[in-house]
Design a protein around this ligand. Structure first.
Ligand code: GDP
Length: 443
């Protein structure tokens, strides 16, 4: 096979690495069919049907007994000819078949190369490709649902529609420039302007979602804050159901920010224990406290913890109470009188030691997370989308503010281009390497 400038045939292990019952190797490119014929030494399987085959290497040695599938272009994942080999999942088998494939002219794929070819061949837009990457990485049910929806084209449909509307409005303004002397039907311009204002508002609404899509993808941040020794680390361990943080009876042991990832009713939650908030003498602790404050400030939700024996939170913790804070009274096992409400907020009494109140705390936290980040329509799941949408909205509003048709047309062109870059409908060459580099090999 000649590699050269033409598309090369690539292969990769599509299933997870390591010992397994079955391993899947995917081969894609112009030589995939010929390579498959050579490996099996028999007729090609009918399209998209599994056929039992013996794979042979150099000197006709049998390498494995498995299944082969043949997906002729363009009806394949990449849009190219694709052969799929289902082998026994042992390292030596995978290595031997890899060697045979290389001997037949295929080369190992780069990370994300299969998906990039699928994009290049118009099998999917960029949001679908990124949805696929998210689906492979999804750890909770809400992440899986969002990724699947995106892979199915929910975002692409929305963004393509907006882009088309912008292109039409741009055409209108261009017509107004070209036919300035002729009488264009009255009222049309007002109509176009009204539609554009409506679109800018829709985009603004889509952006004002409290970063729901990004949080579902990356995790909702919950910070545990409170004075030293109130039991924050113990609480984190309880919530994480394992010993993740060092619990110690000496004040100021949590010198850094510790996080655990939880699946809370299907929502991905990143729970962070922060160093006790207090005026610290020691330098390392000062840094820990600085990080704790920063973390608490940017967290989506906070658990403000105080010691039942103290009766109420210290002033500093109290100052953190806001609409995104759950008030937690720990060490309820010590027999201090329970506090039901604080500044009009419910107080959740728990004991990190006995586990008392933990279910109620988890339920309250889950309800808060669901209320803020629960599923609605498709939401922008990456910063890249958000930035482009903000740019588009700004350009539309500029177009509406100017009285010059030329300037308006140019702004609308910029807006359409910003949205087109999200899906990859317009020039995105510069973006592709960055996007697909994050994929794993075999995807
Ligand atoms: P942090 O500094 O806020 O992270 O507090 P730690 O989790 O390190 O706990 C400080 C001390 O309080 C340790 O000796 C814990 O064993 C104790 N402690 C934590 N939670 C409870 C609880 O619910 N009940 C009782 N009795 N002691 C607790």
């Amino acid at each position: 096979m000649t590699a050269g400038f033409a598309t090369q045939t690539i292969f990769a292990l599509a299933s997870g690495a390591g010992r397994a019952g079955v391993a899947v190797i995917r081969v894609s490119g112009p030589e995939a069919g010929a390579i498959l014929d050579e490996l099996t030494g028999r007729d090609r399987p009918p399209a998209r049907r599994a056929m039992r085959v013996r794979l042979r290497g150099a000197a006709d040695e049998v390498l494995d007994d498995g299944l082969a599938l043949w997906f002729p272009a363009p009806h394949s994942f990449t849009g190219e000819d694709v052969a799929e080999l289902h082998l026994h999942g042992g390292r030596a088998v995978i290595a031997a078949v890899g060697e045979a494939l290389t001997g037949l002219g295929a080369r190992p794929a780069e990370p994300g190369e299969f998906t990039r070819r699928a994009f290049d061949n118009g099998k999917m837009d960029l949001t679908a490709a990124e949805g696929l990457a998210d689906l492979v990485a999804a750890e909770t049910a809400a992440q899986r649902r969002q990724a699947l929806r995106q892979m199915d084209g929910a975002l692409a449909a929305l963004y393509d529609d907006w882009r088309e509307r912008l292109v039409r409005a741009q055409a209108h303004f261009e017509a107004a420039i070209d036919f300035a002397d002729e009488d264009l039907p009255p009222g049309v311009e007002a109509e176009v302007r009204g539609a554009l204002a409506g679109l800018a508002d829709v985009i603004a609404g889509h952006l004002a979602d409290g970063h729901r899509g990004e949080r579902l993808r990356d995790g909702v941040e919950v910070a545990i804050v409170g004075a030293p020794n109130v039991g924050k680390s113990s609480l984190l361990n309880r919530l994480a159901r394992r010993e993740a943080a060092i619990v110690s009876a000496t004040a100021g042991t949590t010198r850094d920010v510790l996080e655990v990832h939880l699946d809370l009713g299907g929502y991905p939650v990143i729970l962070a224990d922060t160093a006790g908030l207090r005026a610290a003498a020691e330098e390392v602790e000062v840094e820990g406290i600085r990080r704790a404050r920063a973390r608490a400030a940017r967290a989506d939700l906070r658990l403000a913890v105080f010691d039942a024996a103290a009766g109420e939170p210290d002033a500093e913790t109290r100052a953190l109470l806001n609409g995104d804070t759950l008030v937690v009274m720990n060490k309820a096992d010590l027999g201090a009188p329970a506090l039901d409400r604080l500044d009009g907020r419910p107080v959740l009494g728990v004991s990190a030691r006995t586990g008392e109140g933990m279910e109620a705390l988890l339920a309250a936290l889950e309800a808060e997370v669901a209320r803020r980040f629960g599923e609605g329509g498709p939401a922008p799941s990456r910063l890249r989308y958000r930035v482009a949408l903000e740019e588009a909205e700004g350009a539309i509003r500029r177009a509406l503010a100017t009285g010059e048709a030329e300037l308006a047309a140019e702004d609308l062109r910029l807006a359409a281009r910003a949205i087109g870059r999200i899906t990859g409908r317009v020039d995105v060459e510069d973006l592709l390497d960055v996007i697909f580099r994050d994929f794993c090999i075999g995807k």
